[in-house]
Design a protein around this ligand. Structure first.
Ligand SMILES: C[S@@+](CC[C@H](N)C(=O)[O-])C[C@H]1O[C@@H](n2cnc3c(N)ncnc32)[C@H](O)[C@@H]1O
Length: 383
């Protein structure tokens, strides 16, 4: 009876779902079996369920960036962070965990906050940790702006448009204090860092970049404010820590986290600190940046063998801690690009630590220039 309902009540989000999307679409429907009346608020791969438009479909109409389908909606498109997740997939993965109300989701390598944003939109609390201050700033802005009344960003804001204003950031000794500034000031600091990034990466004039990004972001938020008034959308809370995760994870209690969804840094592929160096420099001095590099997992040493050895040594420690803080019978979902046999190595490490591999899915990625790559999604269970 139920399976008939499932078949008849669902209009897929696209006629051309890939094999991976069809698989994840099946997995996320576990929520429908438990709570059929509210699944339209959660589903990632349906356009309509039992005659109602899904929230995902409504969100996806509010584009913040002209980008690959499923990634540039709401606040997801506010920044450029290398290696960021496919947001629609993360939504499907969270659903597949079938979490109870008030669950806490952790991303110990949170990057620009994709897991945190989708957790919030699905009304789960989440925690993100990243060593890169720009990742933390972006994650904080992109999660908190979902809650905000846009008017507070629009009124009496003239001083923020003079880019010399941001010289005050040099007076801070600690990035923690910057991250804890009020959301309005932090929003304009974020725009300043985006202008720096646009200046270096797409050779755009900084003032023009600042103003263009301001208008695009405000336009997106205004649309979201209107949507929020027409739907019932309780949202979760987010905590973001700028820290070495090895250090921070030790402060978590055993068996306290309901799901972990993350992608690890790569050995020898993306240097996150160098990518954002021009932005990081406005917050940190040279010796602070040097220290961050040392703590970053994947940091390059002169010999590759040493880089690799330290990478796996640190990763093993992170995995032991992750295993400890995750509740039994709960999921750790790890997304890894198809690179240097890392999938096999992570599967081996997970097994050694005690995780059971429930399944591994392969996602084909076609980028803007029609280049194809793959990533593996590992569903690990703490047994
Ligand atoms: C693959 S990226 C994560 C991207 C993320 N999934 C997203 O959607 O943006 C890996 C992240 O790990 C972070 N990282 C590296 N070493 C770390 C450490 N010791 N503690 C915390 N974060 C770290 C990097 O700064 C980078 O943001």
């Amino acid at each position: 009876m139920k399976s008939n309902n499932v078949k008849n009540g669902f209009v897929p989000i696209s006629e051309n779902l890939t094999l991976f999307e069809k698989d994840l679409s099946k997995l996320e429907k576990i929520r429908y079996l438990d709570t059929p009346n509210s699944f339209y608020k959660e589903a990632a791969y349906s356009k309509k369920i039992d005659g109602k438009y899904t929230y995902y479909y409504l969100f996806s109409k509010i584009k913040s960036r002209d980008y690959i389908e499923g990634s540039g909606y709401l606040t997801h498109g506010f920044d450029f962070y290398q290696g960021s997740f496919h947001a629609q997939m993360i939504r499907g993965l969270i659903n597949s965990c079938n979490l109870e109300e008030n669950s806490i989701i952790l991303d110990p390598f949170c990057g620009c906050g994709t897991t945190l944003i989708e957790s919030k939109l699905l009304n789960f609390n989440s925690i993100g940790i990243d060593i890169n201050p720009i990742a933390c700033l972006n994650s904080k802005i992109k999660t908190e702006l979902l809650d905000i009344n846009t008017e507070i960003l629009k009124n009496n804001n003239e001083k923020f448009f003079d880019l010399t204003y941001y010289s005050f950031l040099k007076e801070f000794d600690n990035f923690f204090d910057i991250l804890n500034l009020d959301i309005r000031t932090l929003f304009f600091i974020f725009l300043y860092t985006r202008a720096i990034s646009d200046h270096y990466y797409i050779l755009k004039n900084m003032n023009k970049a600042f103003i263009d990004n301001y208008h695009n972001i405000i336009a997106t938020l205004l649309k979201f404010n209107i949507l929020k008034k027409s739907i019932d959308l309780p949202m979760g809370k987010t905590k973001i820590y700028h820290s070495d995760n090895l250090k921070r994870l030790h402060q978590f209690k055993s068996n306290s986290i309901d799901a972990i969804i993350t992608s690890p840094p790569y050995i020898d592929l993306i240097d996150y600190i160098s990518n954002d160096l021009n932005q990081i420099k406005i917050f940190l001095n040279e010796s602070q940046i040097k220290y961050l590099r040392l703590l970053s997992i994947g940091n390059k040493f002169s010999k590759f063998s040493q880089t690799e050895k330290i990478y796996w040594y640190k990763m093993e420690r992170v995995f032991y801690k992750i295993f400890d803080i995750l509740k039994p019978n709960h999921h750790f979902i790890l997304i890894i690009g198809d690179y240097k046999n890392m999938k096999e190595k992570f599967l081996k490490l997970s097994k050694k630590i005690g995780f059971k591999t429930e399944r591994v899915l392969l996602r084909k990625i076609i980028n803007k220039k029609d280049r194809i790559s793959y990533e593996h999604v590992l569903f690990l269970l703490k047994v």
